[in-house]
Design a protein around this ligand. Sequence first.
Ligand code: TSX
Ligand code: MN
Length: 609
Amino acid sequence: MNVKDIKHAGLKKWIGEFAELTTPDAIVLADGSSSQYDELINLTVESGLATRLNPAKKPGCVLFLSDPSDVARVEKRTYIASETQDAAGPTNNWMDPKQLKKEMTDLYRGCMKGRTLYVIPFSMGPIGSDIAKIGVELTDSPYVVTNMMIMTRVGKKVLDVLGTDGYFVPCFHSVGKPLAEGESDGGIWPCAPMEHKYISHFPETREIWSYGSGYGGNALLGKKCLALRIATVLARDEGWLAEHMLILKITNPEGKSRFLTGAFPSACGKTNLAMLIPTVPGWKVETVGDDIAWMKYGSDGQLYAINPEAGFFGVAPGTSASSNYNALVSASSNTIFTNVALTEDNDVWWEGIGYDAPGKLIDWNGNEWVQNKADKTQKPAAHPNARFTAPASQCPSIAAEWEDPKGVPISAILFGGRRPHTIPLVHQSNDWSHGVFLGSIVGSEVTAAALDVKAGTIRRDPFAMLPFCGYNMGDYFQHWLDVGHAAPDAEKLPKIFYVNWFRKTDEGKWLWPGFGENSRVLKWVFERCEGTAKYVKTPIGIMPTLDAIDRPVGVSEEDMKELLSVDIDGWLEEVKDIRTNHYPMFGKHLPKELATFLDKLEADLRAAK
Ligand code: TSX
Ligand code: MN
């Protein structure tokens, strides 16, 4: 099948216009076939851009090394180009849409010279699901096409659903490096300089225009751009939720299952939690998604979630058999690695993989690298944001329901962050709106990696959505409140919890072992949904009694008390920080209901002192 066979007149016209602007040498339709996937991978291997890994160790896998300047999402070049700046809000970069389109059109002019324009029809969500959305990405990057084929559902079957006049979100992408007559990339990752990179969203017209970066969220436009920034706008207008959340299934020893979602800022181990292997005997945890959840009320009044993605775009460093066995297995075949290190026998290695580097490596910059553990200043062999792109179907813990078009019914929503002090291991909101308050104050300790703020500071990242909301964040809080008020049956709303795996002692030791032991907390959450868990009411919300959560080996009764107590003075500091540094940012867009929760929290804390 090729572009000529497309029966959707609007799509055909739109492709023609973009091709006229960008002047590619050829136009190819991504049909979703495995033969085309193999051809595209061969193309990147032959051009020297990718290295095929050892088929005995990593069958069907390749490694790409990106340009050193093109290694992560570029927030300062990410724009929400709404009609007014107020609509984008205080936490997004804004540009006038007309001005931005003019600048980008100039960049796109002739930008695909010497390259092939690929047309990628993709579905976010199981094909044909009521909750799914279709997008079409036009790109000149075979890396993007192959990654999109793993991360989304691509090809002919999407065009079939689209029919002759179906709706799709238009997504433009170019690496922004046209080739002169007879020139090739010669194995060099193509991208544009930082000042020419743009990741642009037009919320009113629901368009995505990306230029100059070939990496991850900047270039795989189904993920952060469509499934979060544009989807938040659709969700606001259509009365549902597009969230930066994992989805997991938990089953008790009696065989009863529940589903929950969870939002965590980066570096909190969201993918690890989604694929957790429980330590509580008889309990089972399975994976539905690790990054994005779209939630809508079903006809039974329950909130249902789908994972709009079909793969995992996971951070490799720190992923080991002990931190995330299921991710390692998912990424052991048919996987695209980016910016990890290459071993002499064409396997991959990264920091935190669980064993020392075997011999001489090629690091992510393409240089020889030999591990020297005595040298504390040695640069890592894998980039800290190195990734694996792996099919979700290969995950050993994938839940049977993960592709159910009607989604999975959600019993509980978790929020969390990396908080060494004050925030207990787990507490529950008193109701939905109070849960929205908890989501709005999510924050995480800045780790040593981010050098722009002093270590130990808490960076607020409400709902873990700060970089991903396509409109005013204050209005987004109001939308969450509205979704609760619109519940067909308030009794059926998911219960909302705030968890913290990252409490430390004053000496800096971890108080909680985390990882698989987090299943003890998930068990309490499950039992709260059943109505059987032991709990107490506190000024911050509902908490487990001291004996409600089984103590893991190595956690003393004293530690447990510390993990499950309300630190009144710490929380009063928290209230002060929210009142002076966090909430004022949203100005008149901050819902009054949330300000009231903050006042009540302060009054209740003072009364308990
Ligand atoms: O992912 C993590 N989770 C969630 C797992 C399901 N991490 C890794 C965070 C970086 C992505 C964690 N790190 C977790 C956690 O629950 N907890 C911690 C902190 C921690 C680190 C090491 C140990 C204990 C706690 N254990 C030892 O040092 C032996
Ligand atoms: Mn994410």
